[in-house]
Design a protein around this ligand. Structure first.
Ligand code: MG
Length: 365
């Protein structure tokens, strides 16, 4: 019986994780649940799954050592919390040498150096849950230290892929939330529409697989069937394919290196053609900004992320336009001095400064 601490249990990823637990009650149990602010849903999940420990993050209590011991008394910590707050959970799990099924992007985007160093120091395993990084993990023979020459992340391109710059000025939050192939939370769905998400995934790949930024690229693949590819020195490429279904990478992160029945297999003849095209980075500046932040290094990616979280919320609240999301990020990156990102405190301070700056930029004090 594998004991799962599910951190971020009320969102989309949490729901899919729990559907796996329901399907295999003999294999999995839920030892702890953490929710953001949905108390009602947390209570209902506690009633169903009987975790030994549950926590509502928004109640503001700092966790005691006893709380932490109870939360991390598990075989796998699945970090599905969204946003910057996921980083503290990932770091604590790393310090405790846990297997970490990592679905929180911000942990590696903002704290990649610190998280990977801490995991190595305490013998924690980092298993990617994001579909692209899981695909790469599988193509590398389920190893993070395998040799390769190039990583290619696939991108659906989001709902505005072929929009002109003029058209992008008028897109609404509702249109941005209507993703063509994946069902996800609001922040990551908007990030998919701006292609910021793909920039985040380049940074995650850099830390997960020790890749140079120059050896990671993204290509548009509208069908979301090929989940990413690895190229090797001899020209061979390996990819992982499947219908877009997050249960597959979630379940593999739990059962690795074993597999269990999960999703329908591809019907290749029915599928017909698969398409690939260049990523139109010139119309989606968020992608380039993420790469620029990664090249700047230190706390720059944390600044980018803090500004992005504020800007995306402002866009969802119809306070700013779609192109202004990129403007808010760029402004924060230019104006907030970058420091080194060797401690959590330094990263959190960069995040705080970026949010404060971005709030002024979008007109919310
Ligand atoms: Mg992804």
């Amino acid at each position: 019986m594998l004991k799962i601490a599910l951190i971020g249990c009320t969102g989309n990823l949490g729901a899919q994780t729990l559907s796996i637990v329901r399907r295999y009650p003999e294999q999995f149990s839920v030892s702890a649940l953490v929710a953001g602010k949905n108390a009602e849903k947390l209570a209902a999940l506690c009633e169903e799954f009987h975790p030994k420990y549950a926590r509502l993050a928004s109640d503001g209590h700092t966790m005691s050592e006893e709380d932490l011991d109870a939360l991390y008394d598990c075989d796998v910590a699945l970090i599905a919390a969204s946003g910057f707050s996921g980083l503290t959970y990932t770091l604590e799990a790393a310090r405790r040498g846990k297997r970490i099924a990592l679905a929180n992007k911000e942990s590696l985007v903002c704290g990649g150096e610190l998280v990977t160093r801490t995991a190595e120091q305490y013998g924690a395993e980092l298993i990617p849950v994001d579909s692209e990084h899981s695909a790469i993990f599988q193509a590398l023979g389920m190893r993070r230290d395998a040799k390769f020459s190039r990583l290619v992340l696939t991108a659906s391109g989001g709902p505005f892929l072929h929009f002109t710059e003029e058209e992008l000025k008028n897109v609404t939050a509702k249109e941005a939330l209507d993703h063509p192939t994946w069902k996800m939370g609001p922040k990551v769905t908007v990030d998919s529409a701006t292609l910021l998400n793909k920039g985040y995934e380049v940074i995650e790949a850099k830390w997960l697989y020790g890749a140079d930024l120059a050896d990671i690229e993204a290509v548009v693949h509208p069908e979301s069937i090929v989940h990413s590819l690895v190229f090797f020195e001899d020209g061979a490429a390996l990819a992982q394919l499947g219908y877009p279904d997050m249960r597959v990478p979630i379940q593999l992160a739990l059962t690795y290196p074993a597999r269990l029945p999960c999703a329908p297999q591809l019907d290749l003849a029915k599928l017909g053609c698969l398409h690939f095209e260049r990523l139109p980075a010139e119309r989606f500046p968020c992608y380039g900004l993420a790469l620029a932040a990664a090249r700047m290094g230190g706390t720059a990616p944390a600044v980018m992320n803090g500004a992005a979280e504020v800007a995306v919320n402002a866009f969802l609240a119809e306070r700013i336009t779609f192109p202004q999301i990129a403007e808010a990020i760029e402004d924060a990156l230019i104006r907030i001095p970058r420091g080194d990102a060797e401690s959590y405190e330094a990263i959190a301070e960069a995040d705080r400064a970026a949010r404060e700056h971005a709030r002024r930029f979008v007109g919310v004090e």
